[in-house]
Design a protein. Structure first.
Length: 216
C-alpha cells in the first residue's frame, strides 16, 4: 500500500464555487473532489490522504482567521500520517490576498520552505523523506460580480498567472516533480474554486503523474 498525502487549501478541501456567498461553505462530495478522483483512478494499492483547509497559506498567519499557516501545521501532519510515499503540495492561492502583500516570487519562496521541510523530514519509508509533487495552483478568474471577494485579491488575476515560472524553477532546483494546473483547468463561478468538471480533470492528471512517480 502506497500512502499519498495531499496538502493544500480549499481546492483540496473541495469548496464549491457557488457557495462563496452562502453563510458557510459547501463541500463537493468525496467522489467528486480531485482527491477522490485520484484515489479511484489509482485503485486499491494506494491510500490518498486529504489535508485541505480553507484559507490555508504557505507560511503566513492570517489576521482574520486562526491556524491557517501551512508551515506551522505541516510537521505535525507529516508525523501523524507517516510513512508516506509521496506528498502532493498545492498552495499559494491564499498568499495572493492583499493582506499579505507578497509577490509571486515570494509566494514561491513560501512553497520552497514547505518543500524543504518535506524533503528533509523522516516522514517517508524507512524514515527517509517522501517524494514530492509540487503543483502550481489555478489562476484567479473573473470576480467582478463578487466585489467583496475581488477586494481581497486586487492583483490576483495577474499575479496568479506569474506563479508557474517560479514554481517550475523551484521544482527543478529541488529535483522534485511538478505539475502546472493552469494548463489543465480554470476556476469556477467565483474565480477561485473548482467546479466538478475541473476536479475530475485535475484528479485524472494527478493520477497520471503519480503513476509515473510511484510505479507499481
Amino acid at each position: 500500500m502506497k500512502n499519498i498525502l495531499c496538502f493544500g487549501d480549499s481546492n483540496t478541501w473541495g469548496f464549491m464555487p457557488e457557495s462563496i456567498t452562502a453563510p458557510f461553505p459547501t463541500r463537493h462530495p468525496h467522489d467528486v473532489r480531485w482527491t477522490g478522483i485520484l484515489a479511484r483512478e489509482l485503485g486499491t494499492g494506494f491510500r490518498v490522504i486529504e489535508e485541505g483547509q480553507n484559507g490555508r497559506t504557505t507560511v503566513h498567519d492570517d489576521p482574520f482567521a486562526a491556524v491557517r499557516n501551512g508551515k506551522a501545521v505541516l510537521p505535525a501532519i507529516l508525523e501523524s500520517h507517516k510513512p508516506l510515499d509521496l506528498v502532493v503540495l498545492m498552495l499559494g492561492t491564499n498568499d495572493l490576498k492583499n493582506v499579505f502583500s507578497v509577490s509571486p516570487g515570494e509566494i514561491a519562496m513560501g512553497v520552497k520552505i514547505l518543500a524543504q521541510m518535506i524533503l528533509s523530514s523522516d516522514a517517508g519509508i524507512a524514515a527517509k523523506p517522501p517524494k514530492l509533487l509540487i503543483m502550481c495552483p489555478p489562476v484567479i478568474g473573473d470576480q467582478q460580480h463578487l466585489p467583496d471577494v475581488a477586494a481581497k485579491f486586487p492583483n490576483g488575476a495577474s499575479d496568479s498567472r506569474k506563479l508557474p515560472k517560479h514554481y517550475e524553477a523551484l521544482a527543478a532546483s529541488l529535483g522534485c516533480d511538478y505539475l502546472n494546473t493552469q494548463t489543465l483547468i480554470e476556476p469556477g463561478s467565483d474565480g477561485i474554486h473548482l467546479d466538478a468538471a475541473a476536479h475530475a480533470k485535475l484528479g485524472s492528471a494527478v493520477a497520471t503523474a503519480v503513476k509515473a512517480i510511484l510505479p507499481s
